[in-house]
Structures are given as C-alpha cells and as structure tokens.
Ligand binder design. Structure first.
Ligand SMILES: Cc1cc2nc3c(=O)[nH]c(=O)nc-3n(C[C@H](O)[C@H](O)[C@H](O)COP(=O)(O)OP(=O)(O)OC[C@H]3O[C@@H](n4cnc5c(N)ncnc54)[C@H](O)[C@@H]3O)c2cc1C
Length: 379
C-alpha cells in the first residue's frame, strides 16, 4: 500500500499527528501494535495533568499555550470533553526549584497566578494538608486532559477526514527506500514518502539514535476513595505537583474513576532497556509507598484503595523531550514519549510532527531545545 505519511504508534502523540495530517489533506495511515486505546503504554489511566507555569523550563510555555488551543479544537471537532479546568498548584519548600521554577515561568510569561503558603493552600482547598511553610504557585488555567478519550477523539477526527488506522498490527521494521520509506508489519508492507515514529516506550527499538537515550521506567498510579469526596471534586481540588521529603508527587481530582488519583515521579526507580520485562502488575509495595504519601499530605483523600495501575515513563538524561528529524533520514520524524510529562503537549506535538513530516519539514514552533543533538544527550 502506498500513502503520503505513515505514523507508527497510535497512542497520545501518534493519534494527534494523524489528525493534524488528515486536516491538511495529507493521506496518512496509523499503525498500532495493540488496541486503540490500550493499557500497556504511557497514556492510559484516564487522565493527565495540564499546567502552564512550567517549572521544568519556561521554554515549554509557548508550546503549552498552543496545546490548550488545539485541545479545545479537537473537543469542538468531536463533541467530546477532553480538557477540564481545575486550577493547578505547584508546591514545595520555599527554596526548592519546583516552586522557584513555576514562579519564574509564571512571571516570565505573564501568566495569571497567585503565590500562596502551604497553610493558605490548605485553607482554600481543604483536600490538601501541606506543611504550613511551603510555598505554592496557584494558576487558574491548570487542569486535566482525558488522555484515553483524547486518543479516541484524535483517531475519530482523523478517520472522518480519510486517515486509516490499523490496530493489532505491530511494525516489525522500517527501511529507507528510494526517496521514501517502507514499513513492514505483521500483516503487510506499506510504502510512503515520510514516516513518523511515535512508538512510545519502545522507540529505542525503532530508532537507533534513541536507543539508550530514551529509557523506559515503570510507574504506578493510585486511586483512593476519599473520606470526604466533595473535597476532591474537580471544582474543589486543583491538580498538583508537589516536592516533599519523600520525593516529587503529582495528583488529580476525582474524574471518571471515583477516587483521588496520584503518583510519584520515578516511583521505585525501576528502569530497563527491555520494556516488555517491566511488570504491568501493581503489588503491595507499590500500594504502601503511595498510601503513606496520601495519608500524610492528603489525609481526607486516603480512604480505601480503589484502583492501581502500572504505566511507563520513558526518560532522557535531562528529562526534556526529543522532537526532531532522524539524523540519518530527513523524511523520518521522531517524538520521544517525553519523560513522564508529555501528555499535555500531545495536541501541539501532533501539529509539530505534521509540520516536520510535510512540505519543507520546518515548523514555526520553537523546538530548538528539544533537538536530538543537544549536548545533554551526547553519548
Ligand atoms: C503514570 C504516568 C503519569 C503521567 N502523568 C502525566 C501528566 O500528568 N501530565 C503529562 O503531561 N504527562 C504525563 N505522563 C506522560 C505522558 O503520559 C506521556 O508523555 C505520553 O503518554 C506519551 O505518549 P506517547 O504517544 O509517546 O506513548 P503511547 O501513548 O504509549 O503511544 C505509543 C504507542 O506506540 C505503540 N507501539 C509501540 N511499538 C509499536 C510497534 N512496533 N508497532 C506499532 N505500534 C507500536 C504502542 O503500542 C503505543 O500505543 C504520565 C505518564 C505516566 C506513565
């Protein structure tokens, strides 16, 4: 089969790229190893945080602004609720880079925000029980993206414009061929002018320059039954990023699953080059690590366990994304699965991938800081 662009990996990033290609009139085929959506990759677990005052690096903020616009566009195109505003809290001890970075981003980009003490956060949002002397940036536009539903929405909208999706059909390998690419799957052979690789935690197996530079890591998410559910409703409980003595955590209000949802960055430090060897089954140690955090900092949310789910981060050395052309093949475009903070960007990364895989291969977005050849990723 011959087409313009093949997208391999129809998860968060790949589904968004498909829609962006289809809405430009580009013929595109998406190839997915599992179902659309599924629970073996990085995008399952119902929801993901979106937040503007980016403590990781203020350069992400212009991308985030565009991401918000595109989330609203895909909502309008499909009639599905995908982005729910709750406000966001980025909190830590006063001298920690989490609070400092969020504040610097908010100031640099003139974002609406308030600086609150931990005590003020607890008074305004009684689901929280932060140390009183902590500092927090509260930003009113933060919220959550319904991540699995957004994959469905992007695929649905892409299909309506002529894109095709083949699920349960793993890519076995790809090769540059003439001026184009050939993708061989478990079921057939596809030729195209260009290729987008969005194979998530498996991308190191498909793009040699990312092998060893994008390292999969097992994570676990928990949902606990709140003792006071009203305090954890989306209109009472902002999403959070929180640096505490025990590590860096994130959390979200009740949404679809009737529980307070949260997790720990780099949960138990379980990394592997062999992604399929990382356990997808949460265990008692996962549960007790997560419960002890909630009991200390969100006691009104720490009732009985409702659900636990394992999921995959894929980290680079500097924890920033890689979005670039393949260094050896200008018609192959790569997006790493984004070091545990990429879902909120899927809508704009889909647009960037479509830019890189069409026309002159350039994008108007400033993604220089996401280049593959940046010094922090040198072998
Ligand atoms: C527990 C957890 C919490 C997170 N929280 C947040 C958050 O709050 N906010 C945020 O912004 N980000 C968050 N992230 C990060 C975010 O979810 C990821 O950055 C994002 O989901 C990555 O999307 P992706 O499309 O790269 O990967 P995926 O959605 O996993 O898609 C990759 C796809 O490629 C497919 N594939 C692989 N190999 C092949 C093959 N050979 N052939 C065909 N298809 C193939 C896979 O089956 C998969 O469907 C979190 C991640 C985790 C794990």
């Amino acid at each position: 089969m011959q087409t313009d662009v093949i997208v391999v990996g129809v998860g968060g990033m790949g589904s968004a790229a498909l829609w962006q290609l289809a809405r430009r009139g580009v013929r595109a085929i998406g190839i997915e190893r599992w179902d659309v959506p599924h629970a073996y990759g990085s995008s399952h677990g119902v929801s993901r945080i979106i937040r503007l005052p980016y403590y990781e690096d203020p350069d992400y903020v212009p991308l985030l602004r565009r991401a918000y616009t595109l989330w609203r566009e895909i909502e309008a195109a499909t009639g599905r609720e995908l982005l729910v505003t709750t406000g966001s809290v980025d909190a830590s001890p006063p001298d920690d880079p989490l609070f400092g970075g969020a504040l610097a981003s908010a100031r640099l980009h003139d974002l609406a925000h308030e600086v609150l003490t931990g005590a003020e956060v607890n008074a305004r949002f009684p689901g929280y029980a932060l140390p009183a002397d902590y500092r927090a940036v509260f930003q009113p536009d933060g919220g959550l993206v319904a991540s699995e539903r957004a994959i469905v929405a992007h695929v649905e909208a892409a299909q309506a414009l002529g894109a095709e999706v083949r699920a349960r059909e793993p890519m076995l390998h790809w090769q540059a061929r003439g001026g184009g690419v050939r993708v061989t799957t478990s079921k057939g052979v596809y030729d195209a002018d260009r290729l987008i690789l969005t194979t998530g935690a498996w991308i190191g197996e498909h793009a040699e320059p990312l092998a060893g530079r994008a390292v999969p890591e097992r994570q676990v998410l928990a949902w606990l039954q709140p003792l006071a559910p009203a305090l954890y409703a989306p209109n009472r409980f902002p999403v959070f990023n929180l640096q505490v003595d025990e590590g860096r955590y994130y959390g979200l209000p009740i949404y679809d699953v009737p529980g307070f949802k949260f997790g720990r960055y780099h949960h138990r430090g379980e990394t592997s080059g062999a992604i399929d060897q990382l356990s997808r089954e949460p265990d008692a140690d996962d549960e007790s690590l997560l419960r002890s955090f909630a009991e200390r900092y969100f006691p009104q949310g720490a009732g009985a366990t409702l659900a636990l789910r394992a999921c995959m981060f894929t980290n680079t050395a500097d924890e920033h994304f890689i979005v670039d052309h393949h260094p050896d093949h200008a018609n192959v475009v790569l997006a790493s699965p984004c070091s545990g903070h990429g879902y909120k960007f899927c809508s704009v990364i889909g647009e960037i991938l479509a830019d890189l895989a069409t026309g002159d291969g350039r994008t108007r977005h400033d993604i220089g800081f996401l280049r593959l050849d940046r010094p922090a990723l040198a072998a």
